[in-house]
Design a protein around this ligand. Sequence first.
Ligand code: ADP
Length: 471
Amino acid sequence: MRVRLQWKWMLLASVLFILFLLIQAYFFYTLKTSWTLSSLLAFCFVMPFLFLLVRSLFKPIVTMTRKARELVSGRLEPGTTFHADDELEDLSKTIAEISTQLRKKMDEVAREKDYHQAILGGMAEGLLLVDGRGRILLVNEALQRLLAISSKVTDKTTLEIIRNVELVEAIQGALHEATDKAFEISLPSTRGRTFEVNVVGIPSSSDEMDQREPKRKGVIAVFHDITRLKDLERIRQDFVANVSHELRTPLTTIKGYVETLLEGAWKEEISFQFLQVIKRHSDRLAKIVEDLLTLSKIESPGFQLKIEEIALRELIADAIDFVKEGAEKKRISIITRDASSSLAVQGDRTYLEQVLINLLENGIKYTPEGGKIEIVTSQKNEQDIQCSIQDTGIGIPEEDLSRIFERFYRVEKGRSQEQGGTGLGLSIVKHIVQAHGGKAWAESQLGKGSTFYFTLPKYSDSMKKESIKDP
Ligand code: ADP
């Protein structure tokens, strides 16, 4: 049965009071003690019962206070009730309900936080969140990585973390003038990486808007790393400029000589020399176009190598045969040395022959008369074969060594052109070797000679078996 709390209190208090009166009367009338002493003795007898009464009444309140504290600290199991058959039971049920609702909300918030963290963590773009005072609220992992900053930046100003005035001004503009902005920045702290930054304000809710300054309650800045795009754009522009420049020189020469011939010079003896110059320059033009076509073919998406087993010894002999005449003219000897005569690689014969021819032709071009070229092949490791072509030529300065595989890069432009070079030979070598899964590099000592190395995948017996099964 449910008893109202005040009745309970009154009933028990009345029982105690009657008990008190009875004891007091007993002492006063039966034992003849004074009125004061009787009251005092009666009080002493009733005291423990009073204590027990108060305790039993306060116990549910104490329990509820404890539960409320557990609720605040999140330790209360949702739906926990504690019994009392009075109004306190209602309170206990309300607390239990609150705890269940609170736990649901907390679970929802935790789930949403997990989603947000997963989204922010998975973003390739860097994200910066700033509050209405211009202080940092959040920096996602991508931005920490891109700008090499720590995660402990909360509550700092943007300028303290990212030293870029344009970014700070854009954030201030988005906060105070509600102007969103997109722009490019290059940060020295990121070793010149370029970012496209989109700064967007977070609008304040309508009631906030009336009283609040600034107009936005925060700003989101998204950083896209466009360094690669910029590099590609620069490479494309450089390439177009280089090709135009390379083609213009022989074309201007040809045009000049043809015009002179047309003006009547063809009648003179000198016309033969003119035609020879025209022939030399048109050969050069043809070579540039041919090299460009080879490069574009290797780089095209559908490019396929015709992979087969190639005995290195044969390949080298064919390439030497091709350049023999030029070497003999300069009395340059070409010798080969292999660690194992049976070394075989897997590759495309036509393209690999071109690699060797380009390197041998360079060796001949840049080695003075009477020099020597040595070709060494060896097994680099289980999977790769290494080939080196060493000459006793003019060598390459240290600072140019890392750039000679770039298109149109030449150490001495004049000398290369004199020798009929296009500046594309080594670029073709690098691309062909890379298409085979190998690597090409060079070492050199100025005035003493250069060595060009490349690796290729070794032909293995398992491949042989596979190709037999293949058809
Ligand atoms: P090129 O047609 O000018 O020879 P390459 O791409 O083959 O173009 O070579 C790029 C540059 O590297 C050359 O212009 C030359 O300066 C340098 N180079 C290449 N091979 C050698 C070598 N064996 N000895 C010295 N310099 C070399």
